[in-house]
Design a protein around this ligand. Structure first.
Ligand code: BGC
Length: 509
């Protein structure tokens, strides 16, 4: 009897504690942003879209002559590395179900659709000696159908899925990749460039170089931090510039398109409010590493990065720096090699100097000497790295305006993960706050012209498999037809696209 009474008391205590902590959490965790500036509407010429990537949605991993990409091989050999042991063999089956994607795109009334082309699907040997006619037909069908429906195609040429063929001789660490990518780009411009007017060479180099060639979290699982990941970034920048110049020299006159690169970055806030030097350091080590050579004045890596890595390399006893600055030829070639900056913005962090530096010696973590932290008030998504910080988007757009001569910015990704619920009020809150950030930045003179939400449909979230959903449309994975079902956020986004205004979150369905 006594034990029974005690258990009830204990239960009540636990219930009260958890209730109050939940209350505190929901009360203090915010995902909002106030309007600033005179315009409450997005300008007429501002374009709205949604994004996907080939490996995350297409499926059909070995059909019509497609050869494996590093993601096919990795997920097949290492299912234990994927949260739910899944892979992209079928994913959303978009290779066979584009009409279902199109229905969703039309329903949303987007101005453009950002998707990626699978390199090893169109060119199974990675070079142009063999071309898959059926794969080319598929992408032609996608592009033509989009245009018939007044939706502009925006094509990412490379979104993580390198042909396995190339990986066997070093992938991005072998500078022959520059040549391979140039020929692949030439093939894409020649085949699709009469209709595709917006090209993105690479998606998030930092996010495939550091996990792929630094800490071995992603394929090809090379563990050589502070060396191979830096080589990967270096060769990516040179391959990008090479494709850009090819386009300008050979295709621009007849095709008149734009070509850029997509870089992911968080914004950083000073934890100790002493000096803003740490913010600049963090920004240079994230966005600046790739953006500074292209959009900055020197055509080279940010000075602070060159300086740090040269002196760290000497201290480590190396006779050469682990990061070689670009020579005169390459600085001239890379500087200005983009018509726009593609920005993927998801979240932000607080920063302070880490003394002594952390991480392996050598590594990006060690070289950058930064300690990251969070704010308890930031609301967290399903992904453990994703916190809602909309002011970070406004601030990063301002930082780009001030540091890169107000270059044109396309926001190529921004999104929120959850369990895939149809009533996705948190995604609506995220979308609302981030579009408010874009509008505030526009009101403040930032040259941002496109916003693309990640993602159209729930899809394969890399190492997290299908456990984290980013879609505006729910994907019924267990049904035969894999229906795409509009979540509440899809209706909300559509209402913004139609009115070009941010409505309140409760009057849209
Ligand atoms: C990538 C996407 C990914 C998304 C959410 C971006 O960094 O480009 O492929 O699904 O983030 O993690």
């Amino acid at each position: 009897m006594k034990i029974h009474f005690f258990l009830i008391l204990l239960w009540k205590f636990v219930y009260c504690v958890s209730f109050f902590s939940f209350e505190n959490r929901s009360e203090s965790q915010k995902c909002e942003l106030r309007h600033r500036g005179k315009n409450v509407k997005f300008p007429k010429q501002f374009l709205f879209g949604v994004s996907t990537a080939a490996y995350q949605i297409e499926g059909a991993w070995n059909e019509d002559g497609k050869s494996p990409s590093i993601w096919d091989t990795y997920t097949h050999l290492h299912p234990e590395r994927i949260a739910d042991h899944s892979n992209g063999d079928n994913a959303a089956e978009s290779y066979h179900r584009f009409e279902q994607d199109l229905r969703a795109l039309k329903e949303l009334k987007v101005d453009f659709y950002r998707f990626s082309i699978s390199w090893s699907r169109v060119l199974p040997k990675a070079d142009t000696t063999s071309q898959s006619k059926k794969a080319i037909d598929y992408y032609n069908m996608v592009i033509n159908t989009l245009l018939e429906n007044n939706i502009q195609p925006m094509v990412t040429m490379f979104h993580y899925d390198m042909p396995d063929e190339l990986s066997s001789f070093g992938g991005f660490t072998n500078d022959i990749i520059i040549k391979y990518f140039r020929f692949y780009a030439d093939f894409l411009f020649k085949t699709f460039g009469d209709r595709v007017k917006k090209w993105i060479t690479f998606n998030e180099p930092f996010d495939y170089c550091v996990p792929g060639y630094g800490n071995a979290d992603f394929p090809p699982m090379v563990h050589a931090p502070g060396v191979a990941d830096y080589l990967c970034l270096d060769n990516t920048l040179r391959a990008h510039a090479s494709a850009f110049h090819l386009y300008k020299a050979k295709y621009f006159d007849s095709q008149k398109g734009k070509i850029g690169i997509t870089i992911s970055s968080r914004f950083y806030y000073n934890k100790n409010k002493e000096s803003d030097e740490v913010v600049d350091r963090a920004m240079q080590y994230a966005l600046g590493w790739l953006a500074h050579p292209i959009f900055g004045k020197s055509g080279n890596y940010p000075f602070i990065i060159i300086e740090d890595i040269t002196s760290n390399s000497m201290r480590e006893g190396l006779p050469w720096p682990r990061l070689k600055p670009f020579n005169f030829h390459w600085t001239k070639y890379i500087k200005g090699s983009a018509d726009f900056l593609g920005l993927n913005y998801y979240t932000s962090r607080y920063v302070e100097i880490r003394d002594p530096p952390g991480g392996e010696i050598p590594s990006w973590e060690y070289d950058s000497r930064i300690k990251y932290s969070l704010d308890k008030k930031w609301k967290r998504a399903k992904s453990n790295w994703l916190y809602c910080v909309p002011n970070g988007l406004e601030d990063i757009l301002r930082w780009i305006r001030d540091n890169y001569n107000n270059v044109e910015v396309y926001i190529t990704e921004n999104g929120w993960s959850d369990d895939g619920e149809l009533v996705d009020l948190d995604r609506i809150g995220f979308l609302k706050a981030h579009l408010q950030a874009v509008l505030n930045a526009l009101n403040d003179g930032c040259n941002v012209t496109h916003y693309s939400h990640w993602s159209l449909i729930d899809n394969f979230e890399w190492n997290m498999g299908f456990t984290e959903k980013f879609g505006l449309y729910y994907l019924n994975m267990t049904s035969r037809n894999k229906e795409r079902v509009a979540k509440h956020s899809a209706h909300y986004y559509k209402s913004i696209i139609e009115s070009r205004k941010i409505p309140s979150s409760d009057n849209f369905v």
